[in-house]
Write a protein that binds this ligand. Structure first.
Ligand SMILES: [Zn+2]
Length: 400
C-alpha cells in the first residue's frame, strides 16, 4: 500500500503545482442585461456577459446560471475620463485647494475623489496631474484602495520649465519618477487669452522626448497657434482647444491627433464660483468660453477628428464626471452613441489601452457600468448608475 499512497500524494502534488502555474482563472460570473452598448457603436438586447476572473470571456444569451440580474438596465464599458485633477478639492470652508495642505488631508481627499469617481461609473481616469497621484494609483493597482485605474503625469511642464535640453531631461526624469504620460502647457489659460507660451522648440523637445521614451504627451492649448505647434510636433492630444480653427482640426484629423474638449469644467467653475478665487472678469471669460467650446466640438465631429472624453474635473466635479455626457449631448448636440464611444473605446485607444479596456467583448477587462434607463434615448440616464464593475470586481451594486 505504501507505494500507492506515495503515488497518490505525488499525483496530488503535481496537480496542485500544475494549477498554480496556470494563469489565474478566477470565478465565473454571468451577468444578464437588457441593453448592451459595446463601446464601439453597436448595441444588442437581452444578452448575458460572462466574466472569468478579471476578464470578459463571452457574450452569450444562453449563459447560465445568472449571478447578477441587470435586466431592465443598460450596460456599457466602464467610462474613461482622460483629464482630471485628482487632488483638487474643496476644504472644510468650501475653498478650492490643490496642494499646500497637510499631507494627511492631501492623501485622504485624493482617495475620496478616487472613490466617488469610481462610484460615478468611471473605471479609468487620467490625472494631469500631481505627485500624490502615484501613491494613490499604486495602492489602487494593488487592490488595497477602491478607485478607478489611474494614469498620471505626476507634474505639469510649462514655458518656465527650461530650454529644450532641460525639457528633454525633465521628460526623462518624469518617466523615471513613474509617470504614465507627459502634460505640457503650450498656451496660457482661457482667462489669460490662450496665447502660445511655450516656443515651438520647447514643444518639439517635450513631445519628441516623450515619444522617444515611450510616453504619450497631452497638451493644454486654448488658442490655435499653440495647438497647431503641438499637432505639428506630434503630440498625442489637444486638451480644451477652445479656439481651434478648421485648418488645425483638419490637420488633427489627418495626423490622428486626439481632441479633448471639456465642458464640465466651465460649468463647474460657474456653479461653484464661491469656492474659487476668480475675479468678476475671469468668471465672465469662463462663461463666454462655453459657446466656442460647443462650437469647436461640433466642428471637430464634422471633420472626423478623434474626440475623447475629458472633463478637466477639479474641486466640485469629482463624482459628477458624467455631467460631461449631458453637456455634450444636450448642448452640443452630440449623438449619444458618439459621446459614449468617446468615453470608452476612443479614449482607451488614446491612452494606449485600446486592446484592454473600453469595449465589451471577449478578452477585454471586465469594466462595466449599468445605468437605469437608456442613454441612447435619454442621456440623463448616465446620472443613474446602478452597478459598477472594474477588472471583474464589483464596487457598486444597487440591485441587491
Ligand atoms: Zn486640467
Amino acid at each position: 500500500m505504501r507505494p500507492l499512497v506515495f503515488i497518490c500524494a505525488f499525483v496530488a502534488l503535481a496537480a496542485a503545482l500544475a494549477a498554480a502555474s496556470l494563469p489565474a482563472q478566477g470565478t465565473r460570473t454571468v451577468i444578464a442585461v437588457t441593453t448592451l452598448i459595446d463601446g464601439r457603436g453597436q448595441s444588442s438586447r437581452d444578452t448575458r456577459i460572462v466574466v472569468q476572473g478579471s476578464k470578459i470571456v463571452a457574450i452569450d444569451p444562453n449563459a447560465a446560471p445568472i449571478d447578477y440580474d441587470l435586466r431592465g438596465l443598460t450596460v456599457t464599458p466602464g467610462w474613461i475620463d482622460t483629464h482630471i485633477h485628482l487632488n483638487w478639492h474643496f476644504d472644510a470652508n468650501h475653498k478650492s485647494l490643490s496642494g499646500n495642505e497637510k499631507p494627511e488631508d492631501a492623501a485622504l481627499y485624493s482617495a475620496e475623489d478616487a472613490w466617488v469617481t469610481l462610484q460615478d461609473g468611471f473605471t479609468t481616469v487620467q490625472s494631469l496631474g500631481a505627485f500624490i497621484d502615484k501613491a494613490v494609483r499604486d495602492r489602487i493597482d494593488q487592490g488595497l484602495l477602491p478607485g478607478p485605474r489611474i494614469l498620471t503625469s505626476l507634474r505639469q511642464i510649462t514655458d518656465l520649465s527650461g530650454d529644450a535640453d532641460a525639457l528633454r531631461a525633465l521628460v526623462r526624469q518624469t518617466k523615471a519618477d513613474g509617470a504614465d504620460v507627459i502634460k505640457l502647457f503650450a498656451t496660457s489659460g482661457l482667462g489669460a487669452g490662450g496665447n502660445q507660451t511655450m516656443s515651438n522648440d520647447q514643444i518639439q523637445a517635450t513631445c519628441g522626448e516623450a515619444r522617444a521614451v515611450g510616453l504619450r504627451s497631452v497638451v493644454h492649448a486654448i488658442g490655435d497657434a499653440g495647438a497647431r505647434a503641438a499637432v505639428m510636433a506630434g503630440c498625442t492630444s489637444i486638451e480644451h482647444g477652445t479656439f481651434l480653427t478648421d485648418e488645425t482640426l483638419d490637420l488633427m484629423a489627418a495626423r490622428g491627433t486626439y481632441f479633448d474638449p471639456n465642458l464640465l469644467v466651465l460649468h463647474n467653475y460657474l456653479d461653484n464660483r464661491g469656492g474659487f478665487s476668480f475675479s468678476t472678469e475671469t468668471l465672465a471669460t469662463i462663461e463666454k468660453g462655453i459657446a466656442p467650446t460647443i462650437d469647436v466640438l461640433r466642428r471637430a465631429r464634422a471633420r472626423h477628428v478623434k474626440i475623447i472624453f475629458g472633463t478637466d474635473a477639479v474641486a466640485g466635479a469629482h463624482g459628477r464626471n458624467a455631467e460631461e455626457f449631458v453637456y455634450r449631448v444636450r448642448d452640443a448636440h452630440e449623438a449619444p452613441m458618439d459621446a459614449l464611444m468617446s468615453a470608452t473605446s476612443v479614449s482607451a485607444e488614446s491612452l494606449g489601452l485600446g486592446r484592454q479596456i473600453g469595449t465589451i467583448a471577449p478578452g477585454f477587462d471586465a469594466d462595466l457600468v449599468a445605468v437605469d434607463g437608456n442613454p441612447l434615448t435619454d442621456i440623463t440616464a448616465v446620472r443613474r448608475v446602478v452597478f459598477v464593475m472594474k477588472g471583474g470586481r464589483i464596487y457598486r451594486n444597487g440591485r441587491n
